[in-house]
Design a protein around this ligand. Structure first.
Ligand code: PLP
Length: 409
C-alpha cells in the first residue's frame, strides 16, 4: 500500500504545470511543441539585465552565501522601500524579502487566514492563490472580471461575495491571465470595500512595469493610508529573472492595524531562516538603476500583444481583448465541450501548449484559454495557424449549440 498524501493536498490544482505532462505525451507522439504556456521570459530569449547578473556573481564570489537576515538584506529592503515611496506607497510599515513573489503570497495568506475563512480571488486569476487557500483549508470565493469592460473587476459582484468570514481581497494588477491594467476608480472602489469590511487588500503588482501604449499602473497602496495593504512584487517579471526566486512583500497602512498581522508574517519569515542570499544583492542595483531594459521589453511585448489579439480575433468564434500589460492574452472561444478536453486534444494533436481557462478559476461557457505572448512572431504565427485548423476540426466533431452559451459566473 502506498503512503497516503495529506487531505490538504487533494484540492490543489496548478493547471499551468499540469499541461506539461500532456506536452511530454505530445512529444512522444512526434509533435513539434510550441510552448505558449510558461510565463518565463528567459526561455524565450529575453535576458536578465547585466547589473543584476554582475551583482549576483559578485555576491557569490564575495562569499555572501550564508543566510541573510530573515526579513532580508538591509540594503535590499531599503531600496524596495525607497522605490515604493517614490511611487507613492503610503505608510509603509514593513518590507519582507522572500523566495519569489510566491513565498510573499504564501506568507501573506498563511499569516492571515484560519481554516474556514475565505478570501476573494479574481476569476480569471493566477492559480497559486487558490492552491494556497486550499492548503490552508480556507475557502476561495471568486469575483468576476468583466470581459466586456476590458476585464476590469466587477465591483458589485465582488461586494456580494463578502461575509463575516472574509479576510482579504486579492487584486492582480496587471492581471495574469488577461493582461488588463486596472483603473484608479476600480482600485479606489476595492479599497472602499476593504475599508468598510476591515479586510486586507493583497495587491499583486508583479507585472507593474510591463505596460503598453501609455497605460499607467496605479499602485493600490498609493491610494490609501488607512487600510492594510500587502503589495507583492519581485525581480521575476519586471527584471526578467524568475529563476533567481527573489520577491518581496510591502505591508502598508496604520501601524496599529497591521502590527499583529505583521508579527505573524515575521514569524513565518524567521522559521524558514532567510530568502536566497546572493540574489538579494541584486535588488538595489536593479531597482535603483537606469531601468534601460524596460522600454525595449515593453515595446516588443506590446507589439506581440497586439499581434496576438488581432490574429486571434481574425479566427471565427474567437474573441480576444487586447492586453494592456504583462505577457499573456486570454481569448474566449465559442465551442461545445469542456475547455480542458479542448486544450488536452489541442496539445496532443498539434503540440501547441496553452492553459485552459478553468485553470484560472473560470468554469463553464464560454471557454477560454491563456497564451503567453513572449514567443517570437514566427512561433506565434505558427501556433495560431495550428489553433485555427484544430478549432475547425473540433467544431466539425463537436457542433456548437446555443444552450451551451450560458455565461460562466
Ligand atoms: C500574478 C503572479 N503573481 C506571482 C507570481 C509568482 O512570481 P514568482 O516567480 O516571483 O514567485 C506569478 C508568476 O507567474 C504571477 O503571475
Amino acid at each position: 500500500m502506498s503512503i497516503r498524501a495529506a487531505r490538504r493536498t487533494a484540492g490543489i490544482r496548478y493547471a499551468n504545470r499540469e499541461v506539461v505532462q500532456l506536452a511530454e505525451e505530445a512529444q512522444r507522439r512526434g509533435r513539434k511543441l510550441l510552448n505558449l504556456n510558461i510565463g518565463d521570459p528567459n526561455i524565450f530569449g529575453f535576458r536578465t539585465p547585466e547589473c543584476i547578473q554582475e551583482a549576483m556573481i559578485r555576491a557569490i564570489r564575495e562569499n555572501h552565501n550564508g543566510y541573510s537576515h530573515s526579513s532580508g538584506l538591509a540594503e535590499a529592503r531599503a531600496a524596495i522601500r525607497r522605490q515604493a515611496e517614490s511611487r507613492g506607497l503610503r505608510k509603509v510599515q514593513e518590507v519582507l524579502v522572500t523566495n519569489g513573489g510566491s513565498e510573499a503570497i504564501d506568507m501573506a495568506l498563511s499569516a492571515l487566514v484560519n481554516s474556514g475563512d475565505n478570501v476573494l480571488l479574481p476569476a480569471p486569476g493566477y492559480p497559486l492563490y487558490a492552491a494556497l487557500l486550499s492548503r490552508l483549508e480556507a475557502e476561495t470565493r471568486r469575483y468576476r472580471l468583466d470581459e466586456s469592460n476590458n476585464w476590469q473587476p466587477d465591483i458589485e459582484h465582488m461586494a456580494e461575495q463578502i461575509d463575516g468570514r472574509t479576510r482579504a481581497i486579492v487584486l492582480i494588477n496587471p492581471n495574469n491571465p488577461t493582461g488588463c491594467v486596472y483603473s484608479r476608480e476600480t482600485i479606489e472602489a476595492v479599497i472602499d470595500l476593504c475599508r468598510g469590511h476591515k479586510l486586507v487588500l493583497i495587491s499583486d503588482e508583479i507585472y507593474d512595469r510591463i505596460l503598453f501604449n501609455g497605460h499607467e499602473h496605479v499602485p493600490s497602496a498609493s491610494l490609501a493610508d488607512d487600510v492594510c495593504i500587502v503589495t507583492i512584487n519581485g525581480l521575476s517579471k519586471n527584471y526578467i529573472a524568475p529563476g533567481l526566486r527573489c520577491g518581496w512583500s510591502i505591508t502598508s497602512g496604520p501601524a496599529g492595524l497591521c502590527e499583529d498581522y505583521l508579527q505573524g508574517m515575521r514569524k513565518l519569515s524567521r522559521v524558514r531562516l532567510s530568502a536566497g542570499h546572493p540574489q538579494q544583492h541584486a535588488i538595489a542595483p536593479a531597482l535603483l538603476g537606469a531601468q534601460e531594459h524596460l522600454p525595449p521589453l515593453c515595446d516588443i511585448l506590446s507589439r506581440r500583444a497586439r499581434f496576438c489579439a488581432e490574429r486571434l480575433n481574425a479566427i471565427e468564434g474567437v474573441q480576444c481583448v487586447e492586453p494592456q500589460g504583462a505577457f499573456y492574452a486570454f481569448p474566449s472561444l465559442q465551442i461545445a465541450g469542456r475547455d480542458e478536453d479542448f486544450v488536452r486534444e489541442l496539445i496532443l494533436e498539434t503540440g501547441v501548449i496553452v492553459v485552459q481557462g478553468s485553470g484560472f478559476g473560470l468554469q463553464g461557457q464560454p471557454s477560454y484559454f491563456r497564451i503567453v505572448t513572449l514567443p517570437g512572431d514566427e512561433v506565434l504565427a505558427e501556433a495560431f495557424d495550428r489553433i485555427e485548423d484544430f478549432l475547425g476540426s473540433w467544431r466539425r466533431r463537436h457542433p456548437f449549440t446555443e444552450e451551451a452559451a450560458a455565461p460562466a459566473l
